[in-house]
Write a protein that binds this ligand. Structure first.
Ligand SMILES: CC(=O)SCCNC(=O)CCNC(=O)[C@H](O)C(C)(C)COP(=O)(O)OP(=O)(O)OC[C@H]1O[C@@H](n2cnc3c(N)ncnc32)[C@H](O)[C@@H]1OP(=O)(O)O
Ligand SMILES: CC(=O)C(=O)O
Length: 538
């Protein structure tokens, strides 16, 4: 059976640009357009030429190879002709292949926002579409507020869609601009549009996520007959965002209910790039990927619960809806107080630490982890500390050095120029090979001072930790009030590029930091001796 094509339209660079806190430069746009083009998206909407210098510069050249490079802008204003409308002229002059015109389709908006008559708006839609097609570009029309408009005045909303179609728009896109429409309403209204004479093969859906239904509404629209989906990478977009293409694409490709009937043009190899695409985009935005994102999140195939892990390790299908590798993601079985023997054996094996299921030391390790997690530790995010704890419980860790004491002082004083300054100083006393060593250091803050002092003189191990760097530091207060417990997580890295997290917990933030710093150093010394960090490929 031949499958019908679902056309993928990406508006990351246009609606995504309307996300609070997101502001792309021309260079960002060039990089993102290239990523989308290479992935196999059919249309890349790049922005609004004429509205701002960035978008005008971006559209001074064609930026995609395979994908249709699409400019966005509004229909001509009422009262002037299409040929005299400067906004429309900027769209036609841009180096785009297609123009997506936003048109009002709710009579209330025509009256309130445009201040013109319903017929003048229909004329604006018709004349603008004709001007685009006459220029040799493909025309698309985003019918803004289509679903709300249909509920208020079905005849007028349908007239807008039909006018766009009859004027020559290749795609008439039904927009749930305010994001409040529900999937059954989407199905019903699209059936009415198709019955009015606009074929499903010319219809698209543009859904916002204000009730968390953008993906569901997009899929409902496909079921009802539309054949183009508009969305964004990682669901960015105005307010709560747009339909997330990183969820929609794998659903269309991997779920038989869609995959048996439709094709997206994204083949198996490309689909395996999906997680990389999603994370690469977040990297460009300088933000952490959302761990619980469907398909592509770090937790999407992570199993914490012991009962799940036990079955998953017998057959992954027991707790996975699709195989993680199909979208370029990984299975992860975590150790925590929610874990049973299966979680621990799997994680230890991954780290090259053999242990038998009936080894009483394994029961002891599980007991320690559960007790410690109850007191505030979190080992699922502290792989380095977990590995050290496992070595200490199941085998041994060399006594590289012993810390006799440490002291941290914070002083607010005037410096020699008379400026008030807060100074942190740390003193650490250690014993290495029977020899007492004392280090004193100043730092930007107390933890920094302690870190510098700890690593200032490690005797015969000093040259081994020269490349050790503190990459990240996170503090969490676990319960409020005077009983507050502090959990510190520290990420370390070294010249090999390896990264590991260590944890410390105490009523005192300096003490918690000290524990995490100590684990970071001991892990590094173990790693140098290939006693730790031997992680099997996932
Ligand atoms: C649902 C959506 O996401 S639509 C996309 C929205 N995106 C953006 O608005 C981002 C880019 N926009 C801009 O930079 C500016 O709004 C511009 C350059 C487009 C226009 O700026 P200005 O000319 O200063 O107008 P302003 O933004 O104040 O108001 C919008 C104008 O467009 C008119 N307009 C809005 N939609 C349409 C439409 N579909 N067709 C014709 N005119 C429209 C409004 O009536 C208003 O006209 P008015 O100034 O006579 O009252
Ligand atoms: C066009 C658009 O972005 C919307 O209606 O939401």
């Amino acid at each position: 059976m031949t499958r019908e094509k679902i056309t993928l339209f990406d508006t990351t660079l246009r609606d995504g640009q309307q996300t609070p806190g997101i502001d792309f430069s021309v260079e960002d746009k060039i990089a993102i357009a290239a990523m989308l083009d290479a992935f196999g998206i059919d249309y890349v909407e790049g922005g609004y030429p004429g509205a701002n210098p960035t978008d005008t510069a971006f559209f001074s050249k064609k930026r995609t190879g395979r994908a249709r490079f699409t400019a966005f802008g509004m229909t001509k204003r009422a009262g002037i002709s299409a040929s005299n409308d400067p906004g429309l002229a900027a769209l036609l002059q841009s180096k785009s292949d297609a123009v997506c015109l936003v048109a009002k389709s709710w009579d209330y908006h025509v009256k309130v926002a445009l201040g013109c008559t319903n017929d003048e708006n229909l004329d604006a839609i018709r004349d603008s579409v004709e001007a685009v097609t006459a220029s040799g570009k493909e025309a698309l029309v985003d019918c803004e507020h289509f679903f709300d408009g249909y509920k208020a005045n079905p005849d007028y909303a349908l007239a807008c869609a039909k006018t766009a179609y009859q004027a020559g728009a290749r795609w008439v896109v039904l927009c749930d601009t305010n994001g409040g429409t529900q999937p059954p309403e989407v199905r019903e209204i699209i059936a009415a549009v198709i019955a009015s004479g606009v074929p499903g093969a010319s219809l698209g859906i543009h859904a916002h996520n204000d009730t968390g239904q953008a993906v569901a509404n997009s899929l409902a629209a496909v079921e009802a007959g539309v054949r183009q989906i508009q969305g964004t990478l990682n669901g960015i977009g105005e307010r709560c965002g747009n339909a997330d293409l990183t969820t929609i694409i794998p659903t269309l490709c991997l779920k038989p209910i869609y995959a048996d009937r439709f094709e997206t043009g994204i083949d198996t190899d490309k689909l395996q790039d999906l997680t990389r695409l999603s994370h690469g985009f977040d990297e460009l935005l300088n933000r952490s990927p959302f761990a619980q994102a469907p398909y592509v999140g770090a937790s999407a195939f992570a199993t914490k619960a012991g009962i799940h892990a036990s079955a998953l390790l017998k057959d992954p299908k027991t707790y996975e809806h699709v195989e993680p590798g199909l979208v370029g993601n990984f299975r992860k079985v975590m150790v925590s107080d929610q874990g049973g023997k299966a979680n621990f054996i799997n994680e230890l094996k991954r780290r090259g630490i053999p242990v038998a299921k009936d080894d009483p030391k394994l029961d002891r390790l599980i007991e320690i982890v559960k007790q410690r997690e109850a007191s505030g530790y979190a080992y699922e995010g502290a792989d380095g500390s977990f590995e050290l704890l496992a070595h200490r419980t199941l085998g041994s860790v060399p006594d590289f050095f012993a810390v006799e004491s440490f002291r941290v002082m914070i002083e607010r004083r005037f410096d020699s120029n008379g400026n008030l300054k807060t100074v942190s100083e740390a003193v650490v006393k250690m014993v290495i090979d029977g020899q007492a060593v004392m280090s004193v250091a100043e730092g930007d803050g107390p933890v920094n001072a302690l870190d510098i002092a700890l690593r200032k003189d490690l005797g015969k191990f000093q040259n081994e930790i020269e490349d050790l760097e503190l990459a990240d530091y996170k503090v969490r207060i676990l319960n409020g009030g005077t009983e507050a417990i502090t959990r510190v997580l520290i990420e370390s890295t070294d010249a090999t590029g390896a990264r590991w997290w260590t944890v410390g917990v105490s009523e005192n933030i300096i003490d918690a930091s000290f524990q995490a710093l100590m684990d970071a150093i001991v892990y590094k010394l173990m790693k140098n001796r290939q006693l730790a960090g031997r992680i099997a490929a996932e």
